[in-house]
Design a binder for this molecule. Structure first.
Ligand code: FE2
Length: 201
């Protein structure tokens, strides 16, 4: 390959990579452009803080993890939450549509997996990549914009959604022990405990 062609190819790859994974400012702009309310932005920023902490710790321990992807998915995971207040079944589905339309299929894939029931699924419908696991877990450590334990988060979920439908209550109860298993796996990779290095003080 001649040097010009090589440079063009390299530029193409770099631009493609950057477009696929937006940075913090671009994510915040996207949330604003799609009318995400301030309290959901505050929640997303806290989920981002937890997810980034874990991903960085893992990376420094030699674990292969796509940190920018974790960051973007954590920031954008609830981009459709305000659109699903009237119809909770669209939560997650609308986010994927929207993020794919924005040219962010890689982020959409991770966001899709943050839904509570994903941890109960097998194969490609379940939690597969480390990035998916980190974003799922970080979301289960944040209630509103505060870091809480898995127990605290699931107690809240039961109180808020468990009384609405029998099916929701069962999903929450079945997901709880799986979330604890996931916690053990991720904290092991990050070499830290549930205190998240003092974040959860
Ligand atoms: Fe969330």
């Amino acid at each position: 390959m001649c040097p010009h062609a090589y440079l063009f190819f390299l530029q193409f790859i770099v631009i493609g990579f950057c477009m696929a994974i937006p940075q913090l400012k671009e994510c915040l702009d996207l949330l604003e452009r799609h009318g995400v309310p301030q309290h959901i932005v505050a929640h997303s920023l806290k989920v981002h803080e937890v997810a980034l902490f874990l991903a960085e710790r893992m990376r420094s321990n030699g674990v292969k993890v796509n940190v920018p992807l974790v960051e973007a998915a954590a920031l954008l995971h609830d981009i459709d939450k305000h659109m699903s207040f009237a119809n909770p079944s669209v939560h997650g589905v609308k986010s994927v549509e929207l993020l794919e339309e924005e040219g962010l299929p890689k982020v959409a894939q991770v966001v899709k997996k943050h839904m509570l029931g994903t941890i109960l699924e097998k194969g490609s419908a379940g939690l597969e990549s480390l990035e998916e696991k980190i974003v799922y877990y970080a979301d289960k450590r944040v209630r509103h914009d505060s870091i809480v334990s898995i127990d605290g988060r699931f107690e809240y979920l039961l109180k808020r959604y468990g009384s609405l439908r029998e099916e929701s209550r069962k999903t929450i109860e079945r997901a709880y022990p799986k979330a604890l298993e996931l916690e053990k796996e991720l904290l092991g990779l990050a070499h830290c405990d549930e205190g998240l290095g003092g974040m959860n003080a």
